[in-house]
Design a protein around this ligand. Structure first.
Ligand code: PRX
Length: 652
């Protein structure tokens, strides 16, 4: 019996246009032969991804495990840092590996040789602090070069890293450290937010008080002279690395199935969802997709503007691009500081070939106007990409015309923290582009769209996107077949008709050519500017505030950030002043989750709309936030509350 909480899967704007990639792009592309789609007849075809890496011991099988656990490249041994750094030394030790553009206009460059030295020294330092193979090292840093250096140093010694986005709160850091049993933390004194120095060390200190283990901490000096206190078991990065100058650490050969890193994302429970990516499968997949989709070449200067705190930065700033031996750009600042031409100025100065960003950024660029990119020579660009959320055809076209000058293909890449790398996208030299649709599944990737009964839907009909074949970038949890997908959506379809299935929790539809358009999440996860938050996570911060009886958060549309958090709150009798309570709610979300999840609106309501079975009807709240027609309210137990909520909504 439908209860009104089913996802909206029918709101589709068909992509009505197709564009062919320019010949000049096709002629030089890494993958230009359409036959690539036919070459993936069985899992062995994935050898091509693994064979892009150097292995200490060759794998015996591409995909082992009749049932569970699945093991990609079983028997193989390799080291990720060796593959991203050492193996390039012969051919390109003086080529730039990492280019850093700092918040205040500072610049730093590391050649492959310099990166090799720094990674070795920090690996030696971590060892000297007691870090052993398989110890989880948490890294909590803004976008500074020491962040990828620390990741690679961990990889070198076989210690899985767990990078926590620097915008997350102390509570969020502590939860992730506890979940990973992590006893080591690499952080820094602070970072710049809108030009002001903000302490990160204080947040790390607050977190460590509630971490179960005794924590050993390394603190990078980012702010140069910013005061902080160094406690017991806390070390400054600079002097520590100095103690290990010129030391070399032999890369530890890891089993292909060994953990490379842990990353936490939002699921449908209040707890963050831990995802573990493997050394062989993940690295092969990040490398292959960087080659095939992002068309990265060693001679390129490549820039992904994501933050390394999220999976995009792991796969497509650090591991994929460096495994291919390219020059990867890392930017610490904001796109509009000091001026709104900041990104275009960097693209011109660095002669960036490939630029990969988020639709939310494209919408902001579009709002600011084309006069900013027009001030710069962007002719070095060859390919553009987007990731994290749907890009509407208008923003797509603006990006195509004003950034790509109508000459660069755009790849709209669909993937998730869980998938490790891109699963759905056009191959830019092989497939036409359809603005608004991500594209077909990549070669070797199986995707099906099903209805609520588990049956495949017809072309043009919305349904649930299911990946129905294993792929090398799949996380360890999925390889082990753990009951790990949190399927709380009541309308979630049965998967019995599949031999193997990963339900992505995204709604989607495919057109007659198999191009997939993503319709958004179907679970209780909301996507704020391409960042994932569980509604439960935010709600539990809100209900912890005195005076709050019940809360429901949904996403509302905003012109630039596709989605923002709208919180609907019912209060207790003695809740006091509403403005003060609103402030306390916003502070609680900021403290417990992070500033990225800050509600745009807090709407007080005498009651939340509920179904007859007592479930909060989020769909309705979402429609109210977005000013949409509310349709049939018959499933509601308390329809009288709707009018009151509508009149209380003030999107500003
Ligand atoms: O809803 C989809 C959306 O982002 C979700 C995954 O978020 P996260 O794990 O944080 O990873 C983001 C970066 C890979 C997906 O379930 N999403 C991601 N890419 C796209 C997208 N929605 C539409 N189009 C995309 N290209």
């Amino acid at each position: 019996m439908p209860d009104g909480n089913e996802p909206e899967l029918d709101t589709y704007q068909p992509a009505d246009e197709r564009l062919t990639p320019p010949e000049s792009f096709v002629d030089q592309a890494n993958v230009a032969d359409p036959a690539v789609y036919d070459e993936f007849t069985d899992p062995d075809a994935w050898a091509r991804a693994a064979d892009m890496l150097e292995w200490d011991e060759e794998y015996d099988t591409v995909l082992a495990g009749e049932s569970e656990p699945l093991r990609w490249f079983d028997g193989g041994r390799l080291n990720a840092a060796y593959n991203c750094v050492d193996r390039h030394l012969d051919e390109r030790k003086n080529q730039r590996a990492l280019v850093w553009e700092g918040r205040l206009g500072e610049r730093r460059t590391y050649t492959y040789l310099e990166l090799y030295q720094e990674v070795n020294e920090f690996a030696a330092a971590l060892r000297s602090l007691g870090v052993e193979e398989d110890d989880v090292v948490t890294i909590y840093m803004p976008m500074i070069p020491e962040l990828p250096i620390a990741m690679l140093a961990c990889a070198r010694i076989g210690a899985p890293h767990s990078v926590v986005f620097a915008g997350f709160s102390a509570d969020a850091l502590a939860t992730r450290m506890n979940a990973a049993d992590s006893e080591y933390l690499v952080t820094c004194d602070g970072y710049y937010r809108r030009g002001d120095a903000v302490s990160l060390k204080n947040k790390a200190d607050t977190a460590c008080v509630t971490v179960d283990e005794d924590v050993t901490t390394v603190v990078v000096d980012r702010l140069d002279g910013f005061e902080y206190t160094l406690g017991e078991d806390e070390y400054e990065y600079g002097p520590l690395v100095e103690d290990h100058r010129r030391e070399r650490v032999t890369p530890v050969a890891r089993d292909a199935t060994d953990d490379l890193f842990r990353i936490y994302t939002s699921g449908t429970t209040g707890e963050p969802k831990g995802v573990t990516h493997t050394t062989g499968g993940y690295l092969s997949y990040a490398t292959w997709t960087s080659h095939a989709v992002l068309d990265i070449k060693p001679a390129d200067t490549y820039w992904c503007s994501a933050d390394i705190g999220w999976i995009t930065g792991h796969s497509y700033i650090v591991y994929g691009p460096l495994a291919l031996g390219t020059t990867t750009v890392m930017y610490e600042g904001a796109p509009d500081h000091p001026e709104k031409n900041r990104l275009w100025e960097i693209i011109e100065r660095q002669a960036v070939d490939v630029f990969y960003t988020a639709p939310t950024a494209v919408r902001a660029f579009m709002k600011w106007g084309e006069e900013y990119p027009e001030q710069h020579d962007l002719s070095s660009l060859r390919l553009l990409g987007t990731v994290g959320e749907p890009i509407n055809p208008r923003a797509w076209k603006w990006y195509y015309e004003h950034i790509g000058n109508g000459e660069c293909p755009i790849v709209d890449t669909w993937w998730q923290t869980e998938t490790g790398g891109i699963l759905v996208s056009t191959l830019p030299a092989v497939k036409d582009m359809k603005p608004g649709a991500a594209g077909p599944p990549l070669p070797g990737v199986g995707a099906t769209i099903i209805d609520g009964d588990g049956d495949e839907v017809a072309a043009g009909e919305g349904g649930y996107l299911v990946i129905d074949q294993p792929w090398p970038g799949m996380p360890q949890e999925l390889c082990e077949g753990r009951d790990w997908v949190e399927r709380v959506t009541e309308a979630a379809p049965p998967l019995d008709s599949f031999d193997w299935a990963y339900p992505t929790e995204d709604g989607a539809l495919a057109d007659d050519d198999g191009y997939i358009t993503i319709l958004g999440r179907v679970d209780d996860v909301i996507n704020v500017s391409g960042h994932r938050f569980g509604t439960m996570e935010i709600e539990s911060a809100i209900v912890g505030v005195e005076g709050v009886a019940e809360a429901a958060v949904v996403s509302g549309t905003d012109e630039v950030r596709s989605d923002s958090v709208y919180a609907y709150v019912s209060t207790t009798a003695e809740c006091g002043d509403e403005d003060r309570l609103r402030e306390a709610i916003i502070d609680a979300v900021t403290d417990e989750v992070g500033t990225v999840a800050r509600p745009k609106a807090v709407v007080f309501t005498p009651d939340l709309p509920k179904t007859r079975s007592g479930k909060i009807m989020r769909r309705l709240l979402e429609d109210i936030a977005n000013g949409e027609d509310l349709g049939d309210l018959s499933a509601l137990r308390n329809p009288e509350v709707v009018g009151e909520i509508e009149s209380a909504v003030d999107p500003d």
